[in-house]
Design a binder for this molecule. Structure first.
Ligand code: SF4
Length: 266
């Protein structure tokens, strides 16, 4: 089993803690977080001893290893699809079978998968959707939506990916929502989001990137001295219906798409 990836705290411990700014970041802690998120390199801190840098670099590699090679991964998934009876799994995964293709809804758009695992859609095919969608179809286990929301870390394997999820998904989306007050309502309109109440948030909305993978975005806007907060929750069934890596890929792909939308609208 792979070692758990480095956390910002583990990197922070070996830094000078002088907050000198030579890494072009305001503090050593910010630098540690940036390294874990992939935005800075260990070599950007000139005060870090070479031996320490090499030791940490080896551990950082284990994080990169967690990301499957996308092309090979998709090839394997296409092979798996070829061995499935798409007509019998359609209703189980919340899709339908029509004209020898499995039809699956994603964010209000229809995606079709043929027996060779090829993807078709009337809308532009978003590259990041293919791997999670095929993973979802070929996943051995399946559970219907439970109505219970859990955090990312509570999903099976979520602890290991939590730091990356926070830095690449929740923080990025929070910053986008801070800078673009209309973004979340635009997302509701564009992607068949469902505004919801009953959560401690200024805005709470549910999206369905895959039929039985609902996620809940809760956003609390900044208020005087209080920073904004954004948390993404998942229905408890998500951990059964999709591997944690695919949940991460799906979530980070969504956030990148929202980023592009925010840039177009600004
Ligand atoms: S250059 Fe190194 S010591 Fe200086 S603030 Fe950045 S991480 Fe800290």
């Amino acid at each position: 089993m792979a070692n758990p990836p480095l956390t910002p705290l583990e990197i922070y411990r070996v830094l000078e803690k002088s907050n000198c700014g030579r890494c072009h970041l305001p503090s050593c802690l910010a630098f540690a977080a940036a390294v874990v998120a992939g935005r800075s390199k260990l070599a950007d801190c000139p005060l870090l001893a070479e031996a320490t840098r090499e030791r940490l670099a080896g551990k950082l590699k284990t994080r990169a290893d967690l990301m499957p090679d996308q092309a090979e991964f998709i090839d394997r998934l296409e092979e798996k699809v070829a061995g499935l009876d798409l007509s019998s799994i359609a209703s189980v995964i919340g899709g339908v079978y029509r004209d020898k293709r499995l039809i699956v809804g994603s964010l209000g758009k229809e995606f079709q998968v043929d027996q060779q695992g090829q993807l078709y859609s009337e809308c532009h095919i978003i590259p990041w959707i293919k791997a999670p969608l095929l993973s979802y179809i070929t996943h051995g286990k399946h559970q219907n939506i439970t109505g219970t929301w859990v955090s990312f870390r509570e999903l099976e394997g979520g602890m290991e990916w939590q730091n990356l999820f926070t830095s690449r998904c929740e923080r990025v989306l929070r910053d986008l929502a801070d800078a673009n007050p209309d973004l979340l309502s635009d997302i509701v309109d564009l992607f068949m989001g469902v505004p919801t109440k009953g959560f401690q948030a200024d805005i709470a909305l549910i999206l369905h990137p895959l039929p039985h993978i609902p996620l809940l975005i809760c956003y609390q806007a900044p208020d005087e001295d209080l920073e904004s907060e954004l948390t993404i929750f998942f229905d408890a069934c998500c951990g059964v219906n999709l591997h944690i890596k695919s949940i991460f890929t799906l979530s980070s792909g969504l956030v990148q798409m929202f980023d592009r939308i925010a840039k177009i609208h600004s």
